[in-house]
Write a protein that binds this ligand. Structure first.
Ligand SMILES: Nc1ncnc2c1ncn2[C@@H]1O[C@H](COP(=O)(O)OP(=O)(O)OP(=O)(O)O)[C@@H](O)[C@H]1O
Ligand SMILES: [Mg+2]
Length: 498
């Protein structure tokens, strides 16, 4: 790609970007939220067209940005947000992407096709479950398998590791390595700098729609270099969480307080939680390999699924309560899939910020817009204003919009599922800091996370979800090895089930 430009209204998403991908190499594409990374990838596969610039793929100059034709050349993109049909199974979703002339292939064909891919790449996905019921990690793996099924010569991955645990992300990088050894080219967008050094050959950095580091060997750069290239100046990310000292001083206090969130005898699918409390001012982290009950826990606590057992907030039972009552009780919910459960893409930003408000009378437009402008500013949501559609936001900015709505006011309980998902390192620091602030103001925070490092920094106590059960609590200073073993399903003395 040479000197690619793309404008949306007054927003310059790309203002002259170059990118070169080579056979046999993994190329990391970095940049802050809204830098233009996703737009660049969409242009490459014909989902967007450039205003100016040249794209050449496998020796061919691209004139028509037609997704079908470009796919036929051998390009596949795993988009930042899921594109699966939620009512179809994994196998059916695969076949849908490559129909082979038959309108409705039989179940067995679909199942076999998925099983063959799962076998070949070692990325586990259940075959018979509708995609909408798979966990976010499983959906991510299914998206990947679908791209791999297309036998792409060039594979583009837009934040594939955002919801994966470190081990799963490592495995993904290994799969990419195998693919490049077969001569393919891989581009991977990520906000985790460690992955760049662990598994990538080259790196490009975008800032505000321009290339700032172009096609450099990874070895020529340090973490600090890349971070400052992303934001222009020195990193302002100073957030280090609660220090162990501060935690130790405070440690006695939250435990004496009454729990705000109480869970007793919860049973849904494979998930069994006998007893879990989150107290006022406390952040409880839930670590674990995806697919061990995370999505069940989220569905149960967010009120999406009927459950056996008791969940209460400040002593009030949540059994059979509708969303309005839950919101009135002060439950904030940051879902794992922001577009499915959190935002309405065709609606504008100010309406998205209003969703779930308990008030009966809708404020006037001018008032809503004023409030929205304040929220967008304070949460650094980069957009063209309150009237922009949610669908025009970059992934990280959509996440900030969701957080702006949910963390507004004075929530009693915050159910935070991968809250920093898709945020660049700076934004992730800011958001983690705001969640801590809410805890300090008295909220009880349950934080389901994928990155163990992050969880260890923010959590007062930590559990591992393994095979539907909570192992722990682990307390600071955390023993990563012990936690890692629990995540791998190895029982130890310290890690007792609950
Ligand atoms: N369809 C659209 N309509 C209007 N603006 C858009 C559209 N798509 C992207 N933009 C804007 O273009 C800019 C770049 O967006 P892009 O999605 O490429 O960012 P990104 O680097 O992928 O960020 P993130 O890390 O948050 O995913 C943003 O300012 C975004 O709001
Ligand atoms: Mg993006």
């Amino acid at each position: 790609m040479r000197q690619v430009h793309r404008r949306f209204g007054t927003t310059i998403a790309l203002g002259g970007v170059d990118l070169t991908l080579r056979h046999g190499e993994i190329h990391a594409v970095l940049g802050s939220n809204g830098a233009g990374k996703s737009t660049l990838m969409k242009i490459m596969v014909g989902l967007e067209r450039p205003d100016e610039g040249e794209v050449e793929i496998l020796g061919r100059h691209i004139e028509r940005f037609d997704p079908g034709a470009i796919r036929a050349l051998g390009l596949a993109l795993v988009q930042q947000h899921f594109t699966l049909v939620p009512t179809l199974t994994g196998g059916e979703n695969l076949v849908l992407a490559r129909p082979e002339g038959r309108l409705r292939p039989d179940r067995q064909t679909c199942r076999d096709r998925l099983a063959a891919l799962v076998d070949r790449y070692g990325l586990e996905v259940r075959g018979d479950v509708p995609a909408g019921e798979l966990s976010v990690g499983e959906q991510q793996r299914l998206e990947l398998l679908r791209a791999l099924d297309a036998d792409a010569k060039v594979l583009l991955l837009d934040e594939p590791t955002a919801v994966l645990t470190d081990t799963e992300a490592d495995q993904l990088l290994r799969v990419c390595r195998d693919l490049t050894q077969e001569g393919r080219a891989v581009a991977i967008i990520t906000h985790r700098l460690a992955e760049v050094f662990a598994g990538c050959d080259r790196v490009s950095v975008l800032r505000e729609g321009r290339s700032v580091i172009e096609d450099a060997p990874v070895g020529e750069h340090t973490r600090a270099d890349l971070a400052s290239a992303m934001i222009g100046e020195h990193s302002t990310g100073t957030f280090t969480g609660r220090s162990d000292d501060a935690r130790a001083i405070e440690a006695s206090s939250p435990m004496d307080r009454p729990p705000r969130l109480e869970v007793r005898g919860l049973s849904i699918g494979r998930l069994q939680v006998t007893d879990l409390d989150v107290r006022r001012g406390e952040i409880v982290g839930i670590a674990g390999v995806d697919g061990n009950g995370q999505s069940e826990l989220e569905a149960a606590l967010s009120g999406r699924s009927d459950v056996a057992g008791r969940i209460s907030v400040d002593g009030a039972s949540l059994t059979a309560t509708d969303p309005r009552v839950r919101r009135a009780l002060g439950i904030a919910y940051i879902p794992s899939d922001r577009y499915r459960w959190g935002l309405v893409r065709p609606m504008d930003l100010s309406d998205n910020l209003e969703l779930g408000r308990v008030a009966r009378i809708r404020p006037r437009r001018s008032k809503r817009h004023r409030a929205a402008r304040g929220a967008l500013n304070s949460w650094d949501v980069r957009s063209s204003g309150p009237e922009a559609k949610a669908s025009s936001l970059s992934g990280g900015n959509a996440q900030k919009l969701l957080l702006a709505r949910e963390l507004e006011g004075d929530p009693a309980v915050i159910l935070a599922c991968y809250p920093t998902r898709g945020l660049d390192p700076n934004a992730a620091d800011t958001i983690a800091g705001r969640l801590l602030e809410r805890a300090d103001q008295g909220a009880a925070v349950l934080w389901i996370g994928a990155e163990l490092d992050e969880l260890c920094v923010v959590s007062d106590r930590l559990f591992v979800l393994s095979d539907g059960r909570l192992i722990g609590p682990f307390t600071a200073p955390y023993d990563r090895r012990e936690i890692g073993l629990a995540m791998a399903g190895v029982a130890t003395d310290q890690a007792h089930g609950r």
